[in-house]
Design a protein around this ligand. Structure first.
Ligand code: NAD
Ligand code: ZN
Length: 368
Protein backbone atom coordinates (compact mmCIF):
# COMPACT_ATOMS: atom_id res chain seq x y z
CA UNK A 1 0.00 0.00 0.00
CA UNK A 2 0.97 3.67 -0.16
CA UNK A 3 1.53 5.86 2.91
CA UNK A 4 3.10 9.12 4.04
CA UNK A 5 6.29 8.10 5.84
CA UNK A 6 8.43 10.18 8.23
CA UNK A 7 12.12 9.71 7.48
CA UNK A 8 13.65 12.05 10.09
CA UNK A 9 13.59 15.85 10.51
CA UNK A 10 12.33 17.64 7.36
CA UNK A 11 12.05 14.37 5.46
CA UNK A 12 8.83 12.73 4.36
CA UNK A 13 7.77 10.76 1.30
CA UNK A 14 4.79 8.95 -0.23
CA UNK A 15 6.13 5.41 -0.13
CA UNK A 16 5.09 1.88 -0.89
CA UNK A 17 5.05 0.07 2.48
CA UNK A 18 3.85 -3.32 3.75
CA UNK A 19 0.08 -3.76 4.07
CA UNK A 20 -1.00 -3.77 7.73
CA UNK A 21 -2.32 -7.01 9.21
CA UNK A 22 -4.05 -8.10 12.41
CA UNK A 23 -1.40 -8.53 15.13
CA UNK A 24 -3.48 -8.77 18.32
CA UNK A 25 -6.99 -10.25 18.58
CA UNK A 26 -8.31 -6.78 19.61
CA UNK A 27 -7.12 -5.22 16.29
CA UNK A 28 -8.99 -4.37 13.15
CA UNK A 29 -7.63 -3.37 9.75
CA UNK A 30 -9.32 -0.37 8.15
CA UNK A 31 -9.25 1.03 4.62
CA UNK A 32 -8.70 4.78 5.00
CA UNK A 33 -11.36 6.70 3.07
CA UNK A 34 -10.69 10.22 4.38
CA UNK A 35 -7.78 11.56 6.40
CA UNK A 36 -6.24 14.92 7.30
CA UNK A 37 -3.08 16.65 8.54
CA UNK A 38 -2.56 18.20 11.99
CA UNK A 39 -0.14 20.77 13.40
CA UNK A 40 1.38 17.90 15.44
CA UNK A 41 2.44 16.21 12.20
CA UNK A 42 4.40 19.37 11.39
CA UNK A 43 5.98 19.27 14.88
CA UNK A 44 7.10 15.69 14.23
CA UNK A 45 8.54 16.73 10.86
CA UNK A 46 10.52 19.50 12.54
CA UNK A 47 12.11 16.81 14.74
CA UNK A 48 10.42 18.11 17.93
CA UNK A 49 8.95 14.71 18.84
CA UNK A 50 11.89 12.33 19.33
CA UNK A 51 9.64 9.35 20.29
CA UNK A 52 8.49 9.19 16.66
CA UNK A 53 11.10 7.15 14.86
CA UNK A 54 12.03 7.37 11.17
CA UNK A 55 9.95 4.91 9.15
CA UNK A 56 6.68 5.73 10.97
CA UNK A 57 3.56 6.42 8.88
CA UNK A 58 2.14 9.79 10.03
CA UNK A 59 -1.46 10.85 10.73
CA UNK A 60 -3.92 10.38 13.60
CA UNK A 61 -7.32 11.53 12.26
CA UNK A 62 -9.35 9.50 9.75
CA UNK A 63 -12.58 7.91 8.63
CA UNK A 64 -12.35 4.41 7.20
CA UNK A 65 -14.13 1.18 6.33
CA UNK A 66 -13.45 -1.95 8.38
CA UNK A 67 -11.75 -4.66 6.28
CA UNK A 68 -10.64 -7.33 8.77
CA UNK A 69 -11.60 -7.96 12.37
CA UNK A 70 -9.47 -9.62 15.09
CA UNK A 71 -10.83 -12.69 16.89
CA UNK A 72 -11.93 -10.85 20.05
CA UNK A 73 -13.47 -7.75 18.43
CA UNK A 74 -17.23 -7.78 18.93
CA UNK A 75 -18.63 -4.32 18.16
CA UNK A 76 -17.72 -3.79 14.50
CA UNK A 77 -17.79 -6.00 11.41
CA UNK A 78 -16.20 -5.80 7.96
CA UNK A 79 -17.91 -3.08 5.93
CA UNK A 80 -18.69 -0.77 8.89
CA UNK A 81 -17.77 2.89 8.37
CA UNK A 82 -15.90 4.16 11.44
CA UNK A 83 -14.28 7.28 12.85
CA UNK A 84 -10.75 6.63 14.12
CA UNK A 85 -10.00 8.71 17.21
CA UNK A 86 -6.57 10.32 17.62
CA UNK A 87 -6.46 8.65 21.04
CA UNK A 88 -6.65 4.87 21.47
CA UNK A 89 -8.05 3.25 24.62
CA UNK A 90 -7.18 -0.17 26.04
CA UNK A 91 -10.43 0.07 28.02
CA UNK A 92 -8.98 -1.85 30.96
CA UNK A 93 -6.44 0.31 32.75
CA UNK A 94 -7.13 2.66 35.64
CA UNK A 95 -7.17 5.77 33.45
CA UNK A 96 -9.34 4.28 30.70
CA UNK A 97 -11.85 3.37 33.42
CA UNK A 98 -11.89 7.08 34.36
CA UNK A 99 -12.39 8.02 30.65
CA UNK A 100 -8.89 9.54 30.65
CA UNK A 101 -8.00 7.65 27.49
CA UNK A 102 -5.16 10.06 26.70
CA UNK A 103 -3.36 8.75 29.80
CA UNK A 104 -3.94 5.04 28.92
CA UNK A 105 -1.41 2.74 30.60
CA UNK A 106 -2.33 -0.36 28.58
CA UNK A 107 -0.75 0.53 25.22
CA UNK A 108 -3.23 3.20 24.07
CA UNK A 109 -3.14 7.01 24.30
CA UNK A 110 -1.84 9.07 21.37
CA UNK A 111 -0.15 6.27 19.42
CA UNK A 112 -1.21 6.70 15.73
CA UNK A 113 1.44 8.44 13.68
CA UNK A 114 3.44 8.91 16.88
CA UNK A 115 4.39 5.53 18.37
CA UNK A 116 2.82 3.22 15.74
CA UNK A 117 1.99 3.61 12.05
CA UNK A 118 -0.69 6.23 11.48
CA UNK A 119 -3.60 7.08 9.24
CA UNK A 120 -2.26 9.04 6.24
CA UNK A 121 -2.19 5.76 4.35
CA UNK A 122 -4.36 3.51 2.23
CA UNK A 123 -4.84 1.06 5.13
CA UNK A 124 -4.17 1.04 8.87
CA UNK A 125 -4.03 -1.38 11.77
CA UNK A 126 -6.21 -0.12 14.62
CA UNK A 127 -5.48 -1.55 18.08
CA UNK A 128 -8.16 -1.92 20.80
CA UNK A 129 -10.84 -1.38 18.18
CA UNK A 130 -13.83 -2.02 20.45
CA UNK A 131 -12.86 0.95 22.65
CA UNK A 132 -11.31 3.24 20.07
CA UNK A 133 -13.49 3.49 16.95
CA UNK A 134 -16.94 5.01 16.53
CA UNK A 135 -19.54 3.83 14.01
CA UNK A 136 -20.73 6.73 11.89
CA UNK A 137 -24.45 7.41 11.40
CA UNK A 138 -25.36 6.77 7.76
CA UNK A 139 -26.62 10.31 7.12
CA UNK A 140 -23.29 11.94 7.98
CA UNK A 141 -20.52 12.42 5.40
CA UNK A 142 -16.87 11.62 6.14
CA UNK A 143 -16.01 15.33 6.17
CA UNK A 144 -18.76 16.11 8.67
CA UNK A 145 -17.18 13.77 11.23
CA UNK A 146 -13.47 13.82 10.36
CA UNK A 147 -12.61 16.69 12.75
CA UNK A 148 -14.23 14.82 15.64
CA UNK A 149 -11.06 12.71 15.63
CA UNK A 150 -8.96 15.48 17.22
CA UNK A 151 -9.54 19.24 17.03
CA UNK A 152 -13.20 19.32 18.11
CA UNK A 153 -12.84 17.05 21.18
CA UNK A 154 -9.56 18.81 22.03
CA UNK A 155 -11.16 22.25 22.06
CA UNK A 156 -14.31 20.97 23.79
CA UNK A 157 -12.70 18.85 26.51
CA UNK A 158 -9.44 20.66 27.23
CA UNK A 159 -10.84 24.15 26.56
CA UNK A 160 -14.58 24.53 27.06
CA UNK A 161 -15.27 21.80 29.64
CA UNK A 162 -12.04 22.24 31.65
CA UNK A 163 -12.61 26.02 31.53
CA UNK A 164 -16.24 25.53 32.64
CA UNK A 165 -17.68 28.01 30.13
CA UNK A 166 -21.08 29.17 31.36
CA UNK A 167 -23.91 31.22 29.87
CA UNK A 168 -22.98 34.90 29.78
CA UNK A 169 -19.21 34.39 30.19
CA UNK A 170 -16.66 36.53 28.41
CA UNK A 171 -14.40 33.94 26.77
CA UNK A 172 -10.99 35.03 25.47
CA UNK A 173 -9.30 32.63 23.04
CA UNK A 174 -5.59 33.16 22.49
CA UNK A 175 -4.73 31.56 19.14
CA UNK A 176 -7.25 31.19 16.31
CA UNK A 177 -5.78 28.18 14.50
CA UNK A 178 -7.95 25.11 13.90
CA UNK A 179 -8.01 24.35 17.64
CA UNK A 180 -8.88 27.93 18.66
CA UNK A 181 -11.62 27.99 16.00
CA UNK A 182 -12.95 24.66 17.28
CA UNK A 183 -13.00 26.26 20.74
CA UNK A 184 -15.19 29.06 19.35
CA UNK A 185 -17.65 26.52 17.87
CA UNK A 186 -17.90 24.43 21.03
CA UNK A 187 -17.92 27.41 23.46
CA UNK A 188 -20.97 28.69 21.57
CA UNK A 189 -22.87 25.58 22.75
CA UNK A 190 -22.95 27.26 26.17
CA UNK A 191 -24.17 30.70 25.03
CA UNK A 192 -21.28 32.80 26.33
CA UNK A 193 -21.86 36.53 26.58
CA UNK A 194 -18.97 37.37 24.31
CA UNK A 195 -16.21 35.46 22.50
CA UNK A 196 -12.98 37.36 21.88
CA UNK A 197 -10.39 35.84 19.52
CA UNK A 198 -6.76 36.96 19.79
CA UNK A 199 -4.16 36.14 17.13
CA UNK A 200 -1.24 37.73 15.28
CA UNK A 201 -2.61 36.78 11.85
CA UNK A 202 -5.49 38.78 10.35
CA UNK A 203 -6.46 35.83 8.13
CA UNK A 204 -7.00 33.72 11.25
CA UNK A 205 -8.99 36.54 12.91
CA UNK A 206 -11.22 36.73 9.81
CA UNK A 207 -11.86 33.01 10.18
CA UNK A 208 -12.62 33.54 13.87
CA UNK A 209 -15.39 35.99 12.96
CA UNK A 210 -16.80 33.50 10.44
CA UNK A 211 -16.78 30.79 13.14
CA UNK A 212 -18.70 33.01 15.56
CA UNK A 213 -16.27 35.20 17.52
CA UNK A 214 -17.85 38.54 18.47
CA UNK A 215 -14.63 40.56 18.67
CA UNK A 216 -11.09 40.04 17.43
CA UNK A 217 -7.81 41.50 18.67
CA UNK A 218 -4.58 41.41 16.69
CA UNK A 219 -2.09 41.36 19.57
CA UNK A 220 0.76 42.16 17.19
CA UNK A 221 -0.70 45.65 16.78
CA UNK A 222 -3.10 46.05 19.68
CA UNK A 223 -2.89 45.78 23.47
CA UNK A 224 -4.99 42.68 24.15
CA UNK A 225 -5.03 43.12 27.93
CA UNK A 226 -6.14 46.76 27.77
CA UNK A 227 -8.92 45.87 25.32
CA UNK A 228 -10.23 42.98 27.40
CA UNK A 229 -10.17 45.16 30.53
CA UNK A 230 -12.11 47.84 28.69
CA UNK A 231 -14.76 45.30 27.64
CA UNK A 232 -15.14 43.92 31.17
CA UNK A 233 -15.20 47.05 33.39
CA UNK A 234 -11.56 46.46 34.31
CA UNK A 235 -12.15 42.94 35.66
CA UNK A 236 -10.87 40.62 32.93
CA UNK A 237 -12.35 37.68 31.03
CA UNK A 238 -14.25 34.93 32.86
CA UNK A 239 -12.43 32.22 30.90
CA UNK A 240 -9.28 32.28 28.76
CA UNK A 241 -8.05 29.47 26.50
CA UNK A 242 -4.41 29.20 25.51
CA UNK A 243 -4.48 27.60 22.04
CA UNK A 244 -0.99 28.37 20.75
CA UNK A 245 1.62 26.61 22.92
CA UNK A 246 4.12 29.41 23.62
CA UNK A 247 5.32 30.91 26.94
CA UNK A 248 4.13 34.40 25.89
CA UNK A 249 0.61 33.29 25.04
CA UNK A 250 0.27 31.29 28.27
CA UNK A 251 1.33 34.35 30.26
CA UNK A 252 -1.10 36.50 28.26
CA UNK A 253 -3.95 34.10 29.08
CA UNK A 254 -3.17 34.34 32.81
CA UNK A 255 -3.11 38.15 32.63
CA UNK A 256 -6.45 38.45 30.79
CA UNK A 257 -8.43 36.71 33.47
CA UNK A 258 -10.68 38.19 36.15
CA UNK A 259 -10.36 37.25 39.82
CA UNK A 260 -12.02 33.83 40.19
CA UNK A 261 -11.61 33.21 36.46
CA UNK A 262 -10.40 30.09 34.66
CA UNK A 263 -7.42 29.61 32.33
CA UNK A 264 -7.67 26.43 30.28
CA UNK A 265 -4.37 25.63 28.61
CA UNK A 266 -4.83 23.67 25.37
CA UNK A 267 -1.51 24.41 23.63
CA UNK A 268 1.31 21.88 23.54
CA UNK A 269 4.35 23.53 25.15
CA UNK A 270 7.95 22.73 24.30
CA UNK A 271 9.53 25.40 26.52
CA UNK A 272 9.08 26.49 30.13
CA UNK A 273 6.56 29.26 30.71
CA UNK A 274 6.61 31.52 33.76
CA UNK A 275 3.72 31.12 36.20
CA UNK A 276 3.43 34.50 37.90
CA UNK A 277 2.25 33.12 41.20
CA UNK A 278 3.29 36.37 42.90
CA UNK A 279 0.41 38.06 41.03
CA UNK A 280 -1.98 35.14 40.68
CA UNK A 281 -2.09 33.71 44.20
CA UNK A 282 -4.45 36.38 45.49
CA UNK A 283 -6.86 36.27 42.53
CA UNK A 284 -8.58 32.87 43.05
CA UNK A 285 -7.64 31.83 39.53
CA UNK A 286 -7.97 28.22 38.31
CA UNK A 287 -5.53 26.92 35.70
CA UNK A 288 -6.15 23.60 33.96
CA UNK A 289 -4.03 21.60 31.52
CA UNK A 290 -4.78 18.48 29.54
CA UNK A 291 -4.24 16.07 26.72
CA UNK A 292 -7.41 15.30 24.79
CA UNK A 293 -9.13 12.03 25.80
CA UNK A 294 -11.81 12.08 23.05
CA UNK A 295 -14.43 10.84 25.52
CA UNK A 296 -16.85 13.44 24.08
CA UNK A 297 -16.88 11.96 20.55
CA UNK A 298 -20.34 10.34 21.01
CA UNK A 299 -21.74 13.67 22.27
CA UNK A 300 -20.15 15.60 19.40
CA UNK A 301 -21.49 13.05 16.87
CA UNK A 302 -24.96 13.64 18.23
CA UNK A 303 -24.55 17.42 17.94
CA UNK A 304 -23.43 17.10 14.30
CA UNK A 305 -26.26 14.64 13.55
CA UNK A 306 -28.82 17.03 14.99
CA UNK A 307 -27.46 20.03 13.12
CA UNK A 308 -26.27 21.82 16.28
CA UNK A 309 -22.59 21.73 15.29
CA UNK A 310 -21.24 22.18 11.76
CA UNK A 311 -17.59 21.22 11.24
CA UNK A 312 -17.67 21.84 7.45
CA UNK A 313 -16.19 25.39 7.58
CA UNK A 314 -12.83 23.88 8.60
CA UNK A 315 -12.40 22.37 5.11
CA UNK A 316 -10.34 24.77 2.99
CA UNK A 317 -8.67 22.26 0.66
CA UNK A 318 -9.39 18.79 -0.62
CA UNK A 319 -6.58 16.59 -1.94
CA UNK A 320 -6.59 13.16 -3.45
CA UNK A 321 -4.98 10.83 -0.88
CA UNK A 322 -2.25 10.19 -3.47
CA UNK A 323 -1.44 13.94 -3.39
CA UNK A 324 -0.69 13.96 0.36
CA UNK A 325 2.82 15.34 -0.29
CA UNK A 326 1.31 18.46 -1.95
CA UNK A 327 -1.30 18.70 0.79
CA UNK A 328 1.51 18.98 3.36
CA UNK A 329 3.06 21.89 1.45
CA UNK A 330 -0.29 23.71 1.44
CA UNK A 331 -1.02 23.00 5.12
CA UNK A 332 2.48 24.00 6.27
CA UNK A 333 2.19 27.34 4.44
CA UNK A 334 -1.13 28.32 6.03
CA UNK A 335 -0.23 32.02 6.21
CA UNK A 336 -0.16 32.18 2.40
CA UNK A 337 -2.60 29.43 1.44
CA UNK A 338 -5.26 30.21 4.06
CA UNK A 339 -5.40 26.51 4.95
CA UNK A 340 -7.37 25.52 8.03
CA UNK A 341 -7.85 21.79 7.45
CA UNK A 342 -6.96 19.88 4.30
CA UNK A 343 -9.02 16.80 3.54
CA UNK A 344 -7.20 13.80 2.04
CA UNK A 345 -9.79 11.88 0.05
CA UNK A 346 -9.12 8.33 -1.15
CA UNK A 347 -12.14 8.36 -3.47
CA UNK A 348 -11.00 11.14 -5.79
CA UNK A 349 -8.08 11.89 -8.07
CA UNK A 350 -8.73 15.64 -8.24
CA UNK A 351 -7.47 18.16 -5.69
CA UNK A 352 -9.37 21.39 -5.04
CA UNK A 353 -9.19 24.43 -2.81
CA UNK A 354 -12.38 26.06 -1.60
CA UNK A 355 -12.56 29.82 -2.18
CA UNK A 356 -14.10 32.12 0.44
CA UNK A 357 -17.32 32.09 -1.59
CA UNK A 358 -17.42 28.30 -1.42
CA UNK A 359 -16.43 27.77 -5.05
CA UNK A 360 -14.11 24.82 -5.79
CA UNK A 361 -10.89 25.52 -7.66
CA UNK A 362 -8.94 22.60 -9.12
CA UNK A 363 -5.31 22.67 -7.89
CA UNK A 364 -3.85 19.48 -9.32
CA UNK A 365 -4.59 16.03 -10.67
CA UNK A 366 -4.09 13.03 -8.44
CA UNK A 367 -1.46 10.37 -8.90
CA UNK A 368 -3.19 7.71 -6.80
P1 NAD B 1 -1.84 26.43 14.76
O1 NAD B 1 -0.37 26.55 14.82
O2 NAD B 1 -2.52 26.15 13.48
O3 NAD B 1 -2.51 27.77 15.34
C1 NAD B 1 -1.91 28.55 16.31
C2 NAD B 1 -2.39 29.98 16.11
O4 NAD B 1 -1.72 30.79 17.09
C3 NAD B 1 -2.06 30.57 14.73
O5 NAD B 1 -3.22 31.10 14.15
C4 NAD B 1 -1.01 31.64 15.04
O6 NAD B 1 -1.11 32.75 14.17
C5 NAD B 1 -1.35 32.01 16.48
N1 NAD B 1 -0.25 32.60 17.22
C6 NAD B 1 1.08 32.30 17.18
N2 NAD B 1 1.77 33.09 18.03
C7 NAD B 1 0.86 33.89 18.63
C8 NAD B 1 0.96 34.92 19.61
N3 NAD B 1 2.14 35.29 20.15
N4 NAD B 1 -0.17 35.56 19.98
C9 NAD B 1 -1.38 35.23 19.47
N5 NAD B 1 -1.53 34.24 18.54
C10 NAD B 1 -0.42 33.59 18.13
O7 NAD B 1 -2.22 25.31 15.86
P2 NAD B 1 -3.57 24.50 16.13
O8 NAD B 1 -3.59 23.30 15.26
O9 NAD B 1 -4.73 25.42 16.13
O10 NAD B 1 -3.27 24.00 17.61
C11 NAD B 1 -3.16 24.93 18.68
C12 NAD B 1 -2.40 24.30 19.85
O11 NAD B 1 -3.15 23.21 20.38
C13 NAD B 1 -1.03 23.72 19.45
O12 NAD B 1 -0.09 23.99 20.46
C14 NAD B 1 -1.33 22.24 19.36
O13 NAD B 1 -0.18 21.46 19.49
C15 NAD B 1 -2.28 22.11 20.53
N6 NAD B 1 -3.04 20.86 20.63
C16 NAD B 1 -3.24 20.37 21.87
C17 NAD B 1 -3.93 19.22 22.06
C18 NAD B 1 -4.16 18.71 23.44
O14 NAD B 1 -4.57 17.56 23.61
N7 NAD B 1 -3.94 19.50 24.47
C19 NAD B 1 -4.44 18.50 20.96
C20 NAD B 1 -4.26 19.04 19.67
C21 NAD B 1 -3.56 20.23 19.52
ZN1 ZN C 1 -6.01 2.20 29.03
Amino acid sequence: MKALVYHGPDQRSWDTVKDPTIVDPTDIVVRIDTSTICGSDLHILKGHVPETTPGTVLGHEAVGTVQEVGASVSTVVAGDRVLLSCVTSCGRCRFCKEHRYGQCLGGGGWIFGHLIDGLQAEYARVPFADNSVYKIPEELSDEQVLFLADILPTAFEVGVLNGMVSPGDVVAIVGAGPVGLAAILTAKLYTPGRIVAIDLADTRLDSALRFGADTTINNGREDAIAQIMEMTDGLGADVAFEAVGLPATFELATELIRPGGRVANIGVHGQSATLHLEKLWIRDVTITTGLVDTYTIPQLLSLVSNGRLDPMPFVTHRYALGDTMDAYDTFADAANTGALKVVLDASTSTSTSISASGERVVIGAGVA
